[in-house]
Ligand binder design. Structure first.
Ligand code: AHR
Length: 498
């Protein structure tokens, strides 16, 4: 029998709700045919797909990143503002496509308002100039009598958009990125961009372009940008067909955070940086199936199974455990392109990964607690590390892995407690005693389980609920409770404690 120990006095820190951020890129059908489809009977007169809006809202997205991604490094924002029919149609060289520019800055801001998210704009540091980035900040946030602020007013927005988060380029280290740079060259260029952007609006917060968190790039960029950035970004995509490698690879995010946190601490100490620098985990997901050149043309429409949903839940537990440094994260991406919501011209279904995203966004509370799990473990053989595209994540050395992975959050003001447990065991359920360390449960338990027939189970238009959430109430009380965590499942247990 496993034991899960929770102690209300062992607090890790406060959980920033911005870890439930998301991301939309001009990639395949994420925007056009996803969140925005002019002329569709499912859309409102402005072109926003109402069925998609309804599916997005329960994800309670606090911050939405846009417009890329790789796309941004060839994007000129001026192409996407003003009268829609006059906007230029351009070649789109990141994803071998064409860009109509019918969805641009003001459409994005409106979308954010509709879903209650704060906008996060990443600027073009590939083909884009420092002038252009400066003008974008001024167009969005300017209050003066300048041509850029006045252009926004002329476009029907008298009030500034107040965009707080600005990313200094996307994945500028990668050969696939338009205008990629060496770390040293990136630092020089990013400093020039940052200076004019910050002078235009000193209240904005800047996200420096990190890599995986542990590379030389991260060290050099942090060293060079620490005085001017508020966040350092990390991107990570994991996953492979072997279930255990798939779910345990999510722990790579925690290793990335640990190493990056140490780099940040070192730079802050040696440079005497007073302001905090947090991690913005601004792209993360399982993504390994649709990565060929052909998929890029088709728009990376990954289909997710139950194993992937458990991997996503494991990532979220890791962000909660590392809540002191991960203060912002953006799931990549929201609709169709490697996404929880999958549309057609006539409808949509929720992929397996939708359910953990929704449950954590709904039930995660303000204070993370340090959970102790004693139970069965699994050793991942190193020969299972290579995935179908030849990528190796080298996570075997992080094991042996607990088959039950847990996070707990608590709200001291209300006494509500949420325990999220992922049972990564492919075959077996595990009975565990949950020990509340002297606290007691009062008033029952709300249980939300996500599971399905097997780890390969997928949802589809024909069978949208093969993997779904089962909710039920259970009467319990006292200082401990027993729960049998079903094989290959996520269980979110919400309770009142005293
Ligand atoms: O999210 C898909 C792509 O992954 C993004 O465009 C890029 O930033 C990353 O390589």
């Amino acid at each position: 029998m496993a034991r899960i120990g929770i102690d209300l006095h062992r607090r890790i820190g406060s959980v920033d709700r911005r870890i439930f951020g998301n991301f939309i890129e001009h990639l395949g059908r994420c925007i056009y045919g996803g969140i925005f489809e002019e002329g569709s009977s499912l859309s409102d007169p402005r072109g926003y797909r109402l069925d998609v809006l309804e599916a997005v809202r329960p994800l309670r997205v606090p911050v939405l990143r846009w417009p890329g991604g790789n796309f941004v490094s060839g994007y000129h924002w001026l192409d996407g503002v003003g009268p829609v029919d006059a906007r230029p149609r351009r070649s789109e060289l990141a994803w071998y496509a064409e860009e109509s520019n019918r969805f641009g800055t003001n459409e994005f801001i409106e979308y954010c308002r509709r879903i209650g998210a704060e906008p996060y704009i990443c600027v073009n540091m590939g083909t884009g100039s420092m002038d252009e980035a400066q003008a974008w900040v001024e167009y969005c946030n300017g209050t003066g009598n300048t041509s850029w602020a006045n252009l926004r007013r002329q476009h029907g927005h008298p009030e500034p958009h107040g965009v707080r988060y600005w990313g200094l380029g996307n994945e500028m280290y990668g050969g696939w990125q338009i205008g990629s740079l060496s770390a040293e060259d990136y630092v020089k260029k990013a400093r020039t961009f940052a200076l004019v952007m910050k002078r235009t609006d000193p209240t904005i917060e800047l996200i420096g372009c990190g890599h995986n968190g542990w590379s030389d790039w991260d060290a050099i960029v942090l060293e060079g940008l620490a005085p001017i950035v508020d966040y350092h970004s990390i991107h990570l995509y994991t996953g492979q067909p072997d279930h255990y490698a798939n779910v345990f690879q999510s722990h790579q995010a925690e290793r990335a955070v640990r190493i990056c946190s140490a780099l940040i601490e070192q730079v802050r100490l040696t440079q005497r940086i007073a302001h905090p620098i947090h991690i913005a985990f601004d792209e993360w997901n399982v993504w390994y199936r649709t990565r060929s050149h052909e998929d890029r043309v088709g728009g990376v429409e990954e289909r997710y199974n139950l194993s992937d949903a458990l991997a996503v839940a494991t990532y979220l537990n890791g962000f909660i455990r590392n809540c002191r440094t991960v203060r912002l994260a953006n799931f990549a991406q929201l609709v169709n392109a490697i996404a929880p919501i999958f549309t057609s011209a006539t409808g949509l279904f929720r992929q397996t990964i939708y359910h953990p995203l929704r449950l954590y966004a709904e039930h995660t509370l303000s204070t993370a607690l340090d959970v102790q799990v004693d139970g069965p473990t699994y050793d991942l053989p190193a020969d299972r590390e290579q995935d179908v595209i030849g990528r190796v994540h080298h996570v075997a050395d992080l094991g042996p892995f607990s088959l039950l992975d847990a996070s707990a959050t608590w709200d001291p003001a209300t006494g509500q407690l949420t325990l999220a447990v992922v049972n990564r065991d492919r075959e077996r359920s595990h009975l565990a005693t949950i020990d509340l360390g002297g606290a007691t449960v009062t008033g029952g338990l709300l249980v939300s389980d996500v599971t399905g027939p097997d780890v390969g189970a997928v949802n589809s238009f024909e069978r949208p609920d093969v993997v779904c959430v089962q909710e039920r109430r259970r009467e319990v009380g006292g200082a401990t409770l027993d729960y049998d965590f079903p094989a290959h499942s996520l269980s979110v247990l919400r309770m009142q404690v005293r």
